[in-house]
Design a protein around this ligand. Structure first.
Ligand code: DGY
Length: 327
């Protein structure tokens, strides 16, 4: 196991996964970096074992820093910087208790995730899965005026559940498509951020007013299982559900039943409860447009996430407060 090299005077940084080339190059330049060239996911035991002699860990959301892992990390580990905005994979209370600094990467993935949400919306409303399959399977036959018709978004009401950075970026894009914006957030936005959107202090009151519901809140005990069968009943018949936040916010049985019955017209989903093992029934439904959790998957955004994580670590090792401290 690697020990600190006092001559090099660089903190030892363990990267749990393979990161974009420019991010790894900067990590190698500024740290005594231990790269994960095989890109194998690290389980609890790997994290504990590989933390020996390490000053900090740059992790992804695929590695789980439970209370047990955090308590058993080598005493040399001062910080964990996650390459993600979501941080439900880090037990923040356990980190605070141990005096471990933890950081995330907000802001830099807002636009990419909002773009992906619009892709989900257009994919779901325009039946992109069915049409895409038709052309790939050579079934593009004669033109039929009534075949597989989608629905316009122009003039429709979009309900954003969670009007943080990403929710607001989705709303901004949807305005460009001529949509009317409704939202629920724990606190009402100021008028300069609300931009005329209709606010609902009670999320349930919004559900029956919107044609498309976009889930953009973080996963917390309050938001978990929000979209359940009782709430789907409150929605308009033929409404569409989008989720680019976290799978845990939707009750799969309820959403799948509504997609099967036609109560909901379609769903655009980038995140799934228990991913990567999603409920297989989603795969057999014609009215789903599915992506494998790729909201931030552009080169520019992944670079920016890595640089932001390194900025946080640089601040910590320079004795400054990191910009994105979560613990
Ligand atoms: C994030 O950054 O939280 C993305 O969803 C990837 O996990």
């Amino acid at each position: 196991m690697k020990g600190r090299n006092p001559m090099a005077d660089k903190p030892i940084l363990l990267l749990t996964r393979k990161l974009p080339e420019d991010v790894e190059a900067r990590a190698v330049r500024d740290y005594d970096a231990i790269l994960n060239n095989s890109d194998a996911q690290m389980r609890a035991n790997d994290l504990i074992k590989r933390s020996k002699g390490v000053d900090a860990i740059l992790t992804c959301s695929t590695e789980h820093f439970s209370a047990e892992v955090i308590e058993n990390l080598a005493p040399s580990v001062k910080a964990v910087a996650t390459f993600s905005v979501g941080f439900e994979h880090i037990d923040v209370d356990a980190a605070k208790k141990r005096g471990l600094i933890a950081t995330n990467t907000p802001d830099v993935l807002t636009d990419a995730t909002a773009d992906l949400t619009i892709l989900l919306m257009l994919g779901a409303t325009r039946r992109a899965y069915e049409w895409g399959r038709t052309i790939r399977q050579g079934e593009w036959g004669r033109w039929i005026a009534t075949e597989k018709l989608g629905t316009d978004v122009n003039g429709k009401a979009l309900g954003v559940y969670g009007m943080g950075r990403i929710g607001r970026a989705v709303a901004q894009r949807a305005r460009g498509f001529g949509m009317e914006i409704h939202y629920h957030n724990r606190t009402r936005l100021t008028p300069d951020l609300e931009l005329g959107a209709t606010y609902y202090a009670d999320a349930d009151a919004m559900l029956g007013q919107v044609d498309v519901l976009s889930i953009n809140c973080p996963s917390t005990p309050e938001t978990e299982k929000f979209l359940n069968a009782d709430r789907i009943v409150m929605m308009k018949d033929g409404a569409i559900v989008l989720n680019s936040a976290r799978g845990s916010i939707i009750v799969d049985d309820a959403l799948i039943a509504a997609l099967e019955s036609g109560k909901l017209a379609a769903a655009g989903l980038d995140v799934f409860d228990g991913e990567p093992k999603l409920d297989p029934r989603y795969l057999t439904l014609e009215n789903t447009f599915l992506m494998p959790h790729v909201g931030s998957a552009t080169l520019e955004t992944r670079n920016a996430m890595g640089f932001r994580a390194l900025d946080n670590l640089d601040a910590i090792f320079a004795g400054r407060e990191p910009g994105d401290r979560i613990a």
